[in-house]
Design a protein around this ligand. Structure first.
Ligand code: AMP
Ligand code: ZN
Length: 472
């Protein structure tokens, strides 16, 4: 089976391949740096990361642009209130975002581009839209006339033909009922920062930056454009209108949208106040970033993900299980030879993992394949049916899994940073032995993981537990 993706534009799952050659040209909407990003935002960015990794594992190269929205209504409101320039205000949140991305092991896109670095390109695009009669001016601002673009509504599958005429909207975000002519260029209000340009003083509306930067770096027709479902309308609908009015070509072949992360049934958002930043979860609640990454990646992107701390704890347990299995493969002694049944089982698990990912990135199915395999392999090991010759393929399966999920390596901010003394190791081993005797295998596994994170490898032998420090 090869890769199939759900396309919001066609409302179908379609086979995916780039339009030309092996390179996927992809644009994904980045953060608005007016505050720290919350883990709802990171759900979408983690989906993008999983998509990137799976596209590469499917044999494609990537040319991926992600923007940073560093000028918009909220940024201007906050920067003005704090008497800061836009750059002073946004620099800290941009840095924080990049740090959080690194902690979550989100790959760097090939181009990460700030809106304020492209003001001239945007002015130029607005002038060309004006020349094509797609705009009009009012009070120093320039609006896109949605009635001038017959395809308006094709992404959100709404028929706006009844309310296309005349009314305008000045804010960057608005609801479907407000399908109106939107601002491409906004005249400054009293005390607001602005750029002096051939369009007059002002600043760009939110939507134009993505059309302009996508076309500039990737060409007129993208292979994939992605973001959260809240961007379908108006942001992506407006991007299509601007871009296709400019080029006369389809703007993107595939449109992918990830569902919300919810808290108690509601979208996690700044405005509802029901949000956690990554910092809250790591620093205040003491979880590791890998657990957050695992949780965000484990629910298929088109399903809503209900965030709970129990869910996060389950992610910790799942990672422990995976790491313990890897350790067992690396340190246990297995009988000579290869068990044929297990060989077949490993090949089948690899295939089931790939099939799951190819099925519109069904991460739950892919993970299910790995955990079923671990269960079977562990019992085969217990009953002596797992041979030394089975180890390599089993490690390859884990490697395939980890090239997508990337949670096996303990985080550098984790316990490994400080070296554990031999006495501490001995006492943790004693605790683990006691836990095993008391049949508290969860605790025993946790202690083993804790030791692994400190770079200690355990080996259970008939004579007792032996240990050594990992040599890399
Ligand atoms: P923003 O910084 O508001 O521009 O949002 C950045 C990205 O996060 C966008 O792709 C949004 O669609 C996405 N997003 C915002 N809230 C959530 C949420 N609760 N769950 C998933 N994605 C979200
Ligand atoms: Zn965008």
């Amino acid at each position: 089976m090869s890769l199939r993706l759900y396309n919001t534009l066609s409302q179908q799952v379609e086979p995916f391949a780039p339009q030309s050659g092996r390179t996927v040209r992809m644009y994904t909407c980045g953060p608005t740096v007016y505050d720290f990003a919350h883990i709802g935002n990171f759900r979408t960015f983690t989906f993008v990361d999983i998509l990137r990794r799976w596209l590469r594992l499917s044999g494609f190269d990537l040319d991926h642009v992600m923007n940073i929205t560093d000028v918009d209504d909220k940024i201007i409101r906050n920067a003005t209130a704090q008497r800061k320039t836009l750059t002073e205000y946004t620099a800290a949140y941009t840095q924080a975002f990049l740090e959080d991305c690194r902690k979550l092991r989100l790959e760097e896109p090939e181009h990460r581009v700030p809106a304020t670095g492209h003001i001239n390109d945007m002015v130029n695009a607005i002038e060309r839209l004006a020349a094509g009669d797609h705009t009009y001016r009012s009070d120093g601002s320039v609006y896109f006339r949605i009635a001038s673009f017959p395809g308006y509504g094709k992404l959100s599958h709404n028929d706006f033909s009844g309310n296309l005429a005349g009314a305008r909207v000045d804010v960057d975000s608005y609801e479907k009922a407000d399908a109106r002519d939107f601002a491409l260029w906004k005249a400054p209000k009293e005390g607001e920062p602005f750029w002096e340009t051939p369009l007059g003083p002002g600043r760009p509306g939110w939507h134009i930056e993505c059309s302009v930067m996508a076309i500039k770096y990737l060409g007129e027709t993208l292979d994939i454009h992605a973001g959260g479902v809240d961007l379908i309308f108006p942001h992506h609908e407006n991007e299509i209108a601007q871009s296709e009015a400019l080029t006369g070509k389809p703007f993107s072949r595939f449109w992918l949208h990830s569902e919300f992360l919810l808290v108690e049934g509601q979208k996690m958002s700044k405005s509802l106040g029901n949000y956690y930043t990554l910092r809250d979860i790591l620093e205040t609640h003491g979880f590791q970033a890998e657990a957050v990454r695992y949780l965000l990646a484990s629910v298929p992107y088109r399903k809503q993900l209900n965030f709970t701390f129990d869910g996060l704890k389950a992610a910790v347990t799942a990672i422990d299980r995976l790491r313990n299995f890897k350790l067992r493969l690396e340190t246990d002694r297995f009988a000579e030879g290869t068990n044929e049944r297990m060989s077949g089982r490993t090949v089948a698990a690899c295939k089931a993992f790939q099939d799951g990912m190819n099925d519109d990135l069904n991460t739950a199915e892919a993970l299910g394949a790995v955990f079923e395999y671990i269960r079977d392999a562990n019992s085969a090991m217990d009953s002596g049916e797992f041979g030394a010759g089975n180890v390599r393929n089993a490690l390859e399966l884990l490697d395939l899994f980890d090239r997508v999920f990337d949670v096996l390596r303990p985080g550098s901010a984790g316990a490994a940073a400080t070296e554990i003394s031999a006495d501490e190791v001995e006492s943790l081993i004693a605790e683990r032995t006691a836990a095993k005797k008391a049949k508290n295998f969860t605790l025993a596994d946790q202690i083993r993981t804790q030791l692994v994170e400190k770079g200690i490898i355990l080996e259970d032998t008939k004579a007792g537990v032996r240990w050594k420090r990992k040599s890399n």
